[in-house]
Design a protein around this ligand. Structure first.
Ligand code: IPE
Ligand code: IPE
Ligand code: MG
Length: 239
């Protein structure tokens, strides 16, 4: 693959697990399990390519509205992944950050999430961000709440609030800007994923269902990214 410019930060809406399972007359759980296998492949590949950050939408705040059975299943899968994958992530020099409103999860999951982040904090390879019970609107509201508290406590002058200081209060503070946002499964919407962060991201939609997504598909998305001219509102390529 010839690459002009690699994205520093890739974000993915991993969609299509249910349809993948349905087309094979399998329960949705199988689709989600296969989805985890794809996550493993993609994390490894991003590490190999030298991508700096990968943010994955694992579970949206709206997904809580799904039937209790499916929500329970997704929570269980999250728990299993936290239990089983941390060692491998450590070996692969991956740093972990979990974003979202984690208060809905069981104390066990919350503790494991914190422990996994702590265990991987000294790694300096790929930063893997998992968005769980995450919503872009929640993220912005949460940042506003933190800022309002500081203003109320006289720790912050409202005149100091700008896009940069606001960003410092959002979930992805400290990470490079999201260069490329990918959504699988043919849906062309954001579904309340990153909102603040995708102001100038390049968007890439593909029909492949998440369990079928692979290294080659990621390379295609990166190739598409590399061929784009990012203008940021300026005039380029002319005198
Ligand atoms: C994405 O797959 C995973 C989650 C939302 C947790 P879906 O479960 O949304 O799969 P489809 O969209 O029904 O195929
Ligand atoms: C977005 O997919 C959430 C995740 C992939 C985790 P959904 O399947 O929940 O989104 P909608 O319902 O198609 O908008
Ligand atoms: Mg879906």
């Amino acid at each position: 693959m010839s690459l002009k410019a690699l994205p520093n930060h890739i974000a993915i809406i991993m969609d299509g697990n249910g349809r993948w399972a349905k087309s094979r007359h399998l329960p949705r759980s199988k689709g989600h399990q296969r989805g985890v296998q794809t996550v493993r492949k993609i994390v490894k590949h991003c590490g190999k390519l030298g991508i700096s950050s990968l943010t994955l939408f694992a579970f949206s705040s709206e997904n809580m509205k799904r039937p209790t059975e499916e929500v329970g299943l997704l929570f269980k899968l999250f728990l299993t992944v936290l239990k089983n994958e941390t060692k491998k992530l450590k070996e692969n020099n991956v740093k972990l950050k979990i974003i979202g409103d984690l208060s809905v999860f069981t104390p066990e999951i919350q503790l494991l999430a914190k422990a996994a982040e702590d265990q991987l904090q000294d790694n300096d390879g790929l930063t893997l961000v998992i968005a769980a019970n995450y919503g872009g609107q929640w993220d912005i509201t949460n940042a506003a709440k933190k800022i309002a508290s500081k203003v109320a406590a006289n720790e912050l002058d409202p005149e100091q609030i700008n896009t940069s200081s606001f960003h410092d209060h959002t979930s992805l503070a400290g990470l490079p800007p999201v260069d490329l946002l990918i959504r699988t499964s043919g849906e062309v919407r954001i579904s309340n994923f990153l909102l603040w962060d995708i102001a100038y991201s390049e968007l890439y939609f593909c029909d492949t269902l998440w369990p079928d997504f692979n290294e080659k598909e990621l390379d295609l998305a990166i190739e598409s990214f590399s061929s784009r001219e990012r203008r940021y509102g300026e005039r380029r390529g002319e005198k």
